[in-house]
Unconditional design. Sequence first.
Length: 476
Amino acid sequence: MKPKLSLCWIRRDLRLADHRALFEACCVSQSVAVVFVYDTTILEKLKDKNDRRMTFINKSLQLVDQKLRDKGSALITLYGDPCEEIPLLATRLSVEAVFCNRDYEPSAKERDKIVADLLQSKGIAFHSYKDQVVFEGLDIATKTGNSFRVFTPYKRAWLEKLAIEDIRIFRPNLKKLTPIKYLKATLVSRTLNDIGFQNAKIWLEAGEDAAQKRLTKFLKNIDNYEKIRDLPGEGGTSGLSVHLRFGTISIRSLVREAFKFKSKGSKAWLSELIWRDFYQMILDRFPNIVEHTFLPQYDQIKWPGSNAHFNAWKEGRTGYPLVDAAMRHFNATGWMHNRLRMVVASFLTKDLLVYWRRGEQYFAENLLDYDLAANNGGWQWCASTGCDAQPYFRIFNPVNQSKKFDPKGKFIRNNVPELAKFTDKRIHWPHGATIEEQKKALCMMGKDYPRPIVDHSLQRAKALQLFKSIKNNLVN
């Protein structure tokens, strides 16, 4: 017998299109109500009440609500601990089943188990589905049945396993949505101010329609993606990371689009999408990475970097133009180009010798597209402590990175305007400019722009010694 009324609980899937849990709920239920919980166990930890992510979530939810109302229903929004709020709502509405899409963060898995147990104790079914990744858990496994620990063989196996069914479109039957008249007692209008936050300025539109527009625009130039994706001044990335993070677009739709093209650009973009699956799998299968390094021997490292250097890095005043441009842009927008994420992370850990978790935490607090799996994976990769880590002796030279990926200084000029009048040659390392050149550029080193806080070559040697000492300890 079909459940008379079911709940579809949305979390990091703020859309109606191509939505697995909503599809499944509509398939087996007579009526489906959609609910979102402003999770106080998360919100209470957010220090900045001007948090950009909350603005994006709130605007996306408003758009979901409007789409539901266009169909004669509405979005139920709750405020509190989901472990309490979902069972209470389910009981109040005499719900027979709750549907949701799976989340792989340890705290989310624990939350869902608590909710499932409470619901089941009340005779209410709990169903969760794979939706935010193409493959999960051991869907992609080694020949011995274990999790991959290195990306390249994982990617190879991912591509070999992929079938049309893995990226099918899930079209919910929206005629099954619960009419608004049955929900009125549960509908409470909640603005950001009502939950203790303020509207922040964000650089992109929220919601699934905006995500689709951004995808359509990107696809027009996808064939050039491989050539320009590493150039922060050229806007060659898709800009979809925020939409993926909050599920205003489905990962399946992006993979479907990638396969419509046969270029090197589309293959490079698909590889980035597979990286996303890889990091989600690593977090799911190795949850200890939340508190520890993936490679346990590197938990022993005593990072000697100073608070003064960490603060200079955060504020974009290291004296290294590309690093400073990246951090200033990040502080202003909450977003950072992927190439620049690697540059600034390498600089913090290998040049400043600051504990990588301090950088990880700063990104976690400020990234608009913050995702625990990708953020942790990226930082551990750059710090050479994670799975698929680059060898510790490969250390980015921030000046060479600048010359290679911002050759004309476009990105630097846009974000470190005091350097704007330097020539394309000098802007990557203005400290080598003569006094006359500095006067001509209206920027004196040490006065208008900080001198470099460290010497890259000296710090590189220190970083190598730091990692060698750990290897030597292991041998001894």
